[in-house]
Design a protein around this ligand. Structure first.
Ligand code: LAC
Ligand code: ZN
Length: 466
């Protein structure tokens, strides 16, 4: 794939101008700059043309027009991605799905929602809640990320521990292939095994195999009660060991979120103050239908934690206190970024039994290389956001070495290089650490079959061929 030349992009623009409305196309440099950036800290890659789809037919049209002229297309919406999935590495067209933002259906009878890709995840959560239903996946960006992006990346979040990730809720998809063909795959029932599981393949395909234009989701009854505790530890290793013990206790909290000392410093006082002496903390949250049972569960979890070195357990007294704690948790990533000029955020996942060892080895590695490593995240499912903070681009070689060692440690422990953010552009150089040549080559053949010209979101997941 080469960077699209200006004349080819002009030809695409001319072709699309004939069929789309003027406000669906933009090459205003200011707008292009906005769409050349996401939350991955991977820099800026500007598209040459921005197209706002308003219908499934528009998406097909854009693929056909752009690919006929050899111009790459990169799908984009909220730009909250953490792995560079929506960065147009080779310029060309950025295809925004933001305007397709309707909740088309919410059925309490079927426990199903049908949404367009530009729907903000939090809006779906609220709409489901209003009719007594629950959409559990809760990426921390839910206030602004969109469902199409959640589908592309198979987004997770704190509640994945009990409820699973985006893919577990996708029943069906209307899917536009790079050829412009529209498929309707999946079902509207909980069960359904006809044919290959294409929804399973498309969810998490990182914008490289097509675009979802309608998403049929399974909802579940909303648990009537939620209780949250903050368990305080002197240091992160004690917290990690306690997480393992809580997981082995026979209870399944819906979240077990870890904050290490650096993460606590980053958010302390931002709407929530941590007690003196807190060197690490775990947010434990349980849900169900009866207050008494939940309180007992939290007490039991707290006892296990205290037996493994916890200093104190603070139980949120009402929804307002819970929300303050979670609001602080949601800004960990941005608050860490504010601590030092540069930050790389990682997203590894290790088997649950290896959580303490992974954290210990990341910490040891950071100390050895003289880097600040902040580890927080969804410790209950082994999904750790290890962030490297640094002062100057001069530190970059050391940071790269640290990242490589972090991935090697993760894979050696039986883990994966990305638990929920995707490989994208940020981690493509590491995929070969985890997956063998045969598997990578099979996936590339699959991509070539679905996207023969290789022009849909090029450069993602796999290293380009030399
Ligand atoms: C979080 C995002 C970074 O958990 O995944 O805060
Ligand atoms: Zn996360």
């Amino acid at each position: 794939v080469k960077k699209a030349d200006a004349s080819a992009v002009a030809a695409v623009k001319a072709a699309l101008s004939k069929v789309l409305q003027p406000n669906q196309l933009s090459d205003d440099p200011e707008k292009l700059r906005v769409y050349g950036h996401d939350e991955s800290d991977m820099g800026d890659f500007l598209p040459q043309l921005l197209v706002f789809a308003q219908s499934t037919a528009d998406v097909s049209l854009v693929f056909r027009a752009a690919f006929a002229h050899g111009v790459p297309v990169t799908p984009v919406a909220a730009r909250s991605g953490k792995s560079g999935g929506s960065l147009p590495l080779y310029g060309g067209v950025s295809l925004s799905l933001e305007r397709m933002n309707k909740i088309l259906e919410l059925s309490p009878e079927d426990l199903v929602a049908v949404v367009e890709p530009g729907v903000i995840t939090g809006d779906l959560m609220k709409a489901a809640d209003a009719v007594g239903l629950f959409y559990p996946p809760d990426p921390n960006s839910w206030e602004f990320c969109s469902m199409g992006g959640n589908i592309a990346e198979n987004a997770g979040g704190p509640r994945a521990l009990k409820y699973g990730v985006t893919r577990d809720y996708v029943l069906g998809l209307e899917w536009v292939l790079p050829t412009g063909e529209v498929l309707h795959c999946g079902k509207r029932t909980i069960k359904g095994v006809a044919g290959y599981d294409l929804c399973g393949l498309f969810v998490g395909s990182e914008g490289t195999l097509g675009v979802a234009t309608k998403i049929t989701l399974q909802l579940i009854p909303r648990p009537r009660k939620v209780m949250t505790a903050l368990v305080i530890f002197a240091d992160v290793l004690a917290a990690a060991r306690a997480v393992s013990a809580m997981l082995a206790s026979g209870l399944l909290p819906r979240c077990l979120e870890l904050l290490d000392d650096v993460s606590i410093r980053a958010i302390d006082g931002r709407g929530f103050s941590f007690p003196q002496g807190a060197g690490a903390a775990v947010i434990a949250e349980v849900d169900g239908n009866h207050d008494d049972g939940l309180l007992l569960e939290l007490q039991q979890l707290s006892e296990v934690a205290m037996a493994h070195g916890a200093l104190d357990t603070l139980i949120a007294q009402d929804d307002a206190q819970r929300e303050k704690l979670w609001a602080a948790r949601r800004v960990v990533s941005t608050s860490l970024r504010a601590m030092k000029p540069f930050k790389i955020s990682e997203d590894v996942a290790v088997p649950r039994s290896k959580i303490p060892e992974a954290i210990a080895r990341f910490k040891e590695m950071g100390a050895r290389l003289g880097l600040t490593v902040a580890t927080y995240g969804h410790a209950g499912d082994g999904n750790l956001h290890a962030n490297i903070l640094f002062d100057s681009p001069k530190d970059r070689p050391t940071v790269d070495e640290a990242l490589k060692q972090m991935m090697e440690i993760t894979v050696a422990l039986g883990g994966t290089i990305t638990g929920e953010h995707g490989v994208g552009y940020a981690k493509r150089r590491f995929i070969a650490l985890e997956q063998g040549e045969g598997l990578i080559s099979f996936q590339k053949r699959l991509k070539a079959f679905i996207d023969p010209l290789g022009l849909l979101n090029p450069g993602k997941i796999f290293e380009p061929d030399a």
